[in-house]
Every structure is written in C-alpha cells, then in structure tokens.
Design a protein around this ligand. Structure first.
Ligand code: ADP
Length: 519
C-alpha cells in the first residue's frame, strides 16, 4: 500500500521564504525609521547646541574684552613723571573706579615703587606682603617683553586674584604696572551687566576649577545642550556654563522622544513579526491538514479497493467453480464474507466519522450492561483474531453497575480498539485482553496487547483525525487514521475519556473511562 508522505511544512517553501523576506524587510524598515528619527532629533539638537555654543563663546569674549579694555584704559593713565601727582591721581581713580582694587608700580629690579589701594591699612599691609612674597614670583616679569600685557589669575589663601600687568619703557629704565582687579565687583557688576539680557532666556553659571559656583546656579545636566568653557585670557581659572532656559525640558523631551520612537518602531516591527509567525504557523497547520486529508482519501480508496478485488476474485472463482473440493469452496466463500465485513466496518467508520465532522453525531443512550457489549464484540472479532493467530480474552469484574451508553457506538469503539491491537500490537501466539472494571465512579474499559507499544510523544497525537503513527508510516499497513479519533469522540460523547498507555516495547493499553453517575 502506498502511503502519501506526510509534509514537514517546508522550512524552505516559497511561503517560508516570503515570510522571511517580509520579516527581514520589516526589520530593515524599522531600523531605517528609527535611525532617521534619531538623526532628525540629533540634527535639531546639534543646531541648538551650535547656536548655544556660539552664544557662549561670544559671551566669554565680551567679558574678556570688558576686563582687558578697562585695564588698558587704566594703564594709559599711569604717568610717573611726578610721583606726588601719580599718587594723587591714582587715589582718585581707585576711589571712583570700583573695578580696580590696587595698583602697584615696580621698578626694573621688581621693587615696589608705588602701591595705591582701596583696602584698609591692615589689609593693605597684608596685600603688599602677599604681593611681594607670592604673587610677584608667579608673574614671571623677567619673561615679559616690553609693552606686553599679561594676566595672572590664581587663588591665594582661599581668595582669587586677577592681576593685569604690563612692562613699560622710559628714559630712566623699564618699569612695571600691575592692576589687581576687584573680583567681587567683576562678579557682582560686570557679570550681572553682561549676563542680564541673556539670562531672560538662558541659564548661566560661572565656576572655579574645582566646581565651586561663583555666579548663578550650576547646570548639572550631562547634556550636549550645555556649553562649558574656560575664559581663555583673563579669568582663566574659571569656567562659564551656558544653556537654553528650557534645557531640562529639552533634554527630557529628547530622551522621551528617543524612547517613544524606539517603542513605536519596536512594537510595529514586533506586530509584523508576530503576524508573520502566526501566518506561518497557520499555513503550516493548513498544509499539514491538507496533506493528512489527501492521505486519508488515498488510504480510504485503497482500503476499499483491496477487499473489493478479493471479493471479485473469489466470487469469480466460485462462479466458475474453480476450486478443488467443497472445503476450498467454503474457504473462498469465507474470504468473501470476511472481506465484506471489513468493507462494512470501514464504511461504518467513514460514515460515522463524516457525521462527527459535520457535527451531527448524537448518541442514543440507554442504561445497560457494558460487559455484554465487551463479550459480543469479542465474539465478533473472534474470527479475525483466529486468523491472526491471536487469542482474544475478556477480563470482566463481577457485579458491575449499569451505565448509560449507545450500544452501536460502543461496539464501534471496541471494534476499532481490537482491530488496532490485532493490526499493530499482537503477533501470532499472543493475546489481546479486553478488560472491564470499576474504578471509583467510573467503569474502565481497556484493550491491551503485548506489541511494540506507543511512543510517549505520540500518545496524544494518535487521537487526532487522520494521524497515523510514525513507525507505520511508509509501511504497507492498512488504515485510514480515523479509528482512534472516532474512539475519542465516542468516549467523550459518553462524558468519559480515553488514553493510550502501556510500556514502549512491551505493549499498548487503551483505556476508556465511562462515568457511572450518568447512569
Ligand atoms: P489507523 O489504524 O487507520 O492508522 P487509528 O486512528 O486507528 O488509525 O490509529 C492511529 C495510529 O495509532 C495508528 O496509525 C498506529 O500508529 C497507532 N496505534 C493504534 N493502536 C495501536 C496499538 N495497539 N499498538 C501500537 N500502535 C497503535
């Protein structure tokens, strides 16, 4: 008998290829959309970043310019011709110009010639000491070319100093002028005046090198939208921070947008993938169902053809009286009867199956003794068993209660189980046992053989319609794959269950449970 090959669902089928291509395309599209969204967000962030940076650099430049221009103006005023006049002039300048804290004039041996300051006498003395001992060596005057203007920005004893100094030449020799800038004034006035307008739409902070805030509030955001740079020439120990006023919400918005894009694109791709997987599974299922159906049709036609050709052949032999003696003639007639029985059983099976498939199966339940059915089916199958050299035996517990069942359905169920045992299970000389016993509120009807048994992984699937065991597929074993699905339907129609058990290699046991309370 030829059995149609069961399809494996084709991993390399055109459908699988198409689904793979669609999934890959979805992934590619998803990546592309996410990438473009990120790039778009990046480019808008970049433009905010670059305009913020330009603004920051301009601001730094402006402050430096204010300081340097102020220093130059003061330097231009220094005239040493008349020491008395110098002192007087500078006392006035220092008094009216809050940006200058002190002015020191040094001769070419770096000796202090003049020192004018707005500090009180006590602080003035300590400034002079600090200037001579600590600030002066740091100014490196020996490396200063004539008319060069330099800055020294440094912390001494916890206080920042900004020294602006220049080397001048005169007939009497070189001299040096050093202005000590009034730093609190720079912070309070210069910064405030320069930042005022910008602060309406921006956040500004100035910090020293260890992060102490000197002006404004530190912008503690690790965002590229925050500009941070040192003052290059004058206050070079300090850094300026500048960010758009809405930097926090901009940064949060960018983060949220990125996350939303990722979630949207990810879920879009996920939905497509899921859809494709569902389609793939459904297509595989459909393909398998179709394959099983066509297997079934070819198996049924074969099942019909075999007994019919036997009936025809032995009928013709009898008609032509081509047999040696009456015994042989009887044997031929018995073959015809047996094959007709097989045909009837097959047609019954197919018709019942068709009824079940149409959802039209209903059972004619009547209270009765199930053991009678067991005994009768045993008798019916006796001839078939004898031919196979197998003994059929019943083991029926005594005193079993009556249950409600449909007699012809139960007969069909048992016939199918016994037929399977004879077909797949018992070999010549072995026996098939039909058991009936009570187990709690159930009657257990069982058919056991000592054949190869059923692999555990197939114990559920063999009850699916058209399913045939892997070990018999491809072998010329008669069958249609609907017997056990009928058994299952009948058992469940009686409010019961059926399960396949036994030990692989030692035999199969099919056990049908019928509830007693339905009686
Ligand atoms: P069919 O017998 O026409 O193949 P069934 O639905 O009756 O269809 O059985 C389904 C499968 O279950 C069989 O193909 C066979 O592989 C397995 N099977 C059924 N009964 C037995 C048994 N007694 N021993 C081993 N395998 C069995």
């Amino acid at each position: 008998m030829r059995l149609a090959q069961s399809s494996r669902g084709g991993w390399f089928s055109p459908l699988f290829l198409m689904i793979t291509v669609i999934m890959a395309a979805a992934l590619g599209l998803g990546y592309y959309s996410y990438h473009s969204a990120v790039q778009l967000a990046e480019s808008s962030e970049r433009s905010v970043e670059s305009s913020n940076r330009a603004l920051g650099l301009k601001l730094i430049d402006r402050i430096e310019k204010v300081i340097i221009d102020g220093d130059r103006t003061f330097f231009r005023l220094v005239r040493l011709d008349d020491p008395k006049e110098f002192k007087e002039l500078w006392r006035r300048i220092v008094r009216v110009s809050p940006a200058v804290e002190s002015v020191v004039v040094l001769d070419e041996r770096y000796e202090v010639v003049h020192l004018v300051t707005r500090l009180d006498p006590h602080r003035s003395r300590s400034f002079r000491r600090r200037f001579v001992n600590r600030i002066l060596p740091d100014m490196e005057l020996d490396k200063l070319p004539p008319n060069q203007h330099r800055h020294l920005h440094k912390e001494y004893d916890g206080r920042f100093y900004l020294l602006s100094y220049i080397r001048r030449q005169s007939d009497e020799g070189d001299y040096y002028i050093a202005l000590s800038v009034n730093i609190p004034y720079v912070i309070r006035d210069t910064f405030r005046a320069e930042f005022k307008e910008l602060e309406e739409t921006n956040r500004i902070a100035v910090m020293d090198e260890v992060g102490r805030v000197l002006y404004g509030q530190r912008i503690a955001l690790p965002s590229r939208l925050v500009f941070e740079e040192r003052f290059p020439t004058t206050l070079y120990k300090w850094r300026l921070q500048l960010a758009p006023g809405q930097v926090t919400s901009l940064a949060r918005g960018a983060r949220v947008r990125r996350l939303t894009d990722l979630v949207l694109v990810g879920s879009g791709v996920g939905v497509i993938w899921l859809g494709m997987l569902v389609l793939f599974v459904a297509a595989r299922k459909e393909r398998r169902a179709n394959q099983l159906k066509s297997d079934f049709i070819s198996n049924v036609s074969h099942e019909l053809k075999t007994p019919l050709s036997l009936i025809r052949m032995f009928g013709e032999l009898i008609a032509l009286q081509r047999f040696a003696d009456a015994e042989t003639g009887k044997e031929y007639a018995e073959i015809i009867t047996r094959e007709s029985d097989r045909l009837t059983a097959l047609i019954d099976n197919v018709l019942d199956f068709a009824r079940i498939e149409r959802g039209k199966a209903d059972y004619d339940m009547e209270l009765g003794d199930l053991s009678r059915v067991a005994e009768r089916v045993c008798e019916l199958s006796h001839y078939r068993a004898e031919q196979a050299g197998v003994t059929l035996r019943t083991e029926v517990e005594s005193g079993l209660p009556e249950v409600a069942f449909d007699e012809s359905a139960m007969t069909l169920l048992l016939l199918n189980l016994i037929e399977n045992s004879l077909k797949y299970g018992a070999s010549q000389g072995e026996q098939v046992v039909i058991g009936l016993r009570r187990e709690g509120d159930e009657l257990r009807l069982s058919v056991s053989d000592s054949g190869p048994g059923i692999p555990p992984e197939e114990r559920k699937r063999i009850f699916e319609r058209f399913y045939r065991g892997a070990s018999i597929r491809g072998r010329s074993q008669r069958g249609t794959g609907i017997g056990l699905s009928l058994v299952k339907h009948i058992a469940e129609g009686h409010g019961g269950t059926v399960r396949a058990g036994g030990e692989l290699g030692k035999g199969a046991v099919f056990e049908v449970s019928i509830p007693i309370e339905r009686a």
